[in-house]
Design a protein around this ligand. Structure first.
Ligand code: PGA
Length: 224
């Protein structure tokens, strides 16, 4: 099984998301190769929009057991009087996955390993699978984290993807547990994804820029 995760970040209003979904659904209907990969459990697609789009996506996306919806983050408060926070309790039943610890949150929101650790524990309590982003081997990996998305900061949104060789060197340093799902992210595109998808060491991709356009996203899916 390969995992293809879309990270739309803080982009798209409701109409833009609907446009994306309509185009995605119609491209998927025509793409028997991607449909077959989904049907045969060779591919799982996880789309992570901003919170305000989760319901719209869930209601309108092509219905398939291997097309799932995820959040980009979750509160480190479980639930309660925390104005503005969106908790795992709020999100359960809506999502199957949540990204946590993205380097942009570590940088701009000053998230620490402790905060991220707590988010992972809460997500697990609500049966939501965390997708933990790490920048390098220095970021802590709590034992409950099965999905490890390695995203070198210099490669994010720059068009400068890390070479397969260097990703594998980083993976060895990060040394994820044997049953981990090891994801690469950082300027993955239809042009470069094949370099990684041929490697059995890399189980999937976290895609920002190229996921915002359904056509390039489906093109990536067809190369896994
Ligand atoms: P990118 O973003 O594909 O635009 O590099 C990846 C990410 O930040 O998850």
């Amino acid at each position: 099984m390969k995992y293809l995760i879309a990270n739309w970040k803080s982009t798209k209003n409701i109409q833009e998301a609907i446009n994306w979904v309509v185009e995605f659904n119609s491209l998927l209907k025509k793409n028997t190769q991607v449909k077959n990969s989904l049907d045969s459990d060779d591919l799982k697609i996880i789309i992570c929009p901003s919170i305000h789009l989760l319901s719209t996506l869930k209601e309108n996306i092509f219905g398939h057991k291997n097309i799932n919806i995820g959040a980009q983050d979750v509160s480190f408060f479980e639930q309660g009087n925390y104005t503005g926070e969106v908790s795992a309790q709020n999100l359960k039943d809506l999502i199957e996955y949540s990204i946590v610890g993205h380097s942009e949150r570590r940088k701009y929101l000053k998230e620490t390993d402790n905060i991220i650790d707590q988010k992972i524990a809460i997500l697990k309590d609500y049966s939501i699978e965390p997708i933990l982003c790490v920048r390098d081997e220095k970021d802590l990996i709590p034992k409950e984290a099965r999905f490890i998305a390695y995203e070198p900061v210099y490669a994010i949104g720059t068009g400068k993807n890390e070479s397969l060789k260097d990703v594998l060197i980083s993976k060895a340093k990060i040394s994820p547990k044997l049953n981990s799902i090891f994801i690469y992210g950082g300027s993955v595109s239809p042009e470069n994804v094949q370099e990684y998808s041929n490697s059995s060491e890399i189980h999937g991709f976290l895609v920002g820029t190229a996921s915002k356009d359904p056509e390039s996203f489906i093109q990536i899916a067809s190369k896994l």
